[in-house]
Design a protein around this ligand. Structure first.
Ligand SMILES: N[C@@H](CCC[C@H](N)C(=O)O)C(=O)O
Length: 276
């Protein structure tokens, strides 16, 4: 059968978006992996599925699969693309969209300039909610790797993140350390790993090694997690520009107990169809 899809990206974090409101297909893990392959398939960091909601208060259900086929709880860049997708496909007529995800409900707002602002919900900082193995909640934790201690923050934006501060993102060991921390036993569901360089209270540079993918050009939840981690350490203010390899996101967080608001672009690349 033919599967219709849209290729999209948020700052170079790229997606295959599939409308499962108007078509119905089964996509088992091995098929997702094959579609994700950049040589033999369509190629993407994440597959995004648009489904009817199971919660009557929500407009859609948004499901997310990493390139390795694992289903995950949240995707920030994907959420902005999701908003543009359902609007462009006329699956909804409103600019404010309520979406159910495995990581919690989120609100998407399409702005007059075409950018999308997402209420990503309240970050979870209690270790067992992340999940992260620790006795008590702290702004940073010492993580032991190959006999060395690394200071990391642990934050859930629906999905788990570790954030490390570095002097220069261009020289950070993103691949080497990212792949080890992603699998660290203190993160029982694995994690995304952010390397954050603080420029001043309102601007950071960030690279993210994503769980189930590897380093991507941008990670929306990673940007939110980095700002939360930086603010909890007193390094950042409420509004922060986050420069990622693929572009810039604006993150607003008024502090503990409040939602994180992420604003940025969403781009359509092409429409496609593939035989399954
Ligand atoms: N690219 C994303 C995050 C996608 C999920 C992540 N790899 C995970 O496993 O949690 C974003 O923009 O947030």
């Amino acid at each position: 059968m033919l599967l219709h899809f849209t290729k999209m990206h948020g700052l170079g974090n790229d997606f295959m978006v599939v409308d499962m409101v108007t078509q119905s297909v089964r996509l088992p893990t091995d098929k997702i992996r094959r579609l994700a392959d950049r040589q033999f398939g369509v190629g993407f960091d994440q597959l995004l599925i648009v489904e009817p909601p199971t919660d009557p208060d929500m407009d859609f259900r948004y499901r997310i699969f990493n390139a390795d086929g694992s289903e995950v709880e949240q995707c920030g860049n994907g959420a902005r693309c999701f908003a543009k997708f359902v609007r462009d496909k006329k699956l909804i007529g409103r600019d404010t969209i309520h979406v159910q995800t495995a990581g919690g409900n989120i609100e998407l707002n399409i702005l007059a300039n075409g950018e999308v602002s997402v209420d990503m919900g309240v970050p979870r900082l209690v270790p067992e909610d992340i999940p992260f193995r620790a006795q008590e909640q702290r702004p940073t934790y010492d993580l032991r790797i190959d006999g060395e201690e690394y200071e990391v923050s642990a934050v859930s934006m629906g999905n788990p993140h570790a954030v490390l501060q570095v002097d220069d993102v261009n020289r950070a060991p993103v691949e080497r350390l990212g792949s080890v921390i992603e699998q660290h036993k203190r993160f029982p569901k694995r994690c995304n790993v952010g390397f954050m360089q603080v420029l001043d209270k309102a601007e950071i540079n960030l690279r993210v090694f994503e769980r189930g993918v590897g380093e991507t050009l941008a990670c929306g939840t990673g940007a939110c997690a980095a700002v939360v981690a930086g603010q909890l350490q007193g390094l950042l203010g409420d509004d922060v520009r986050v420069n990622l390899p693929g572009g810039t996101l604006n993150i607003h967080w008024p502090g503990e107990g409040h939602s994180v608001i992420m604003t940025g672009t969403a781009s359509r690349v092409f429409e496609g169809q593939t035989r399954l």
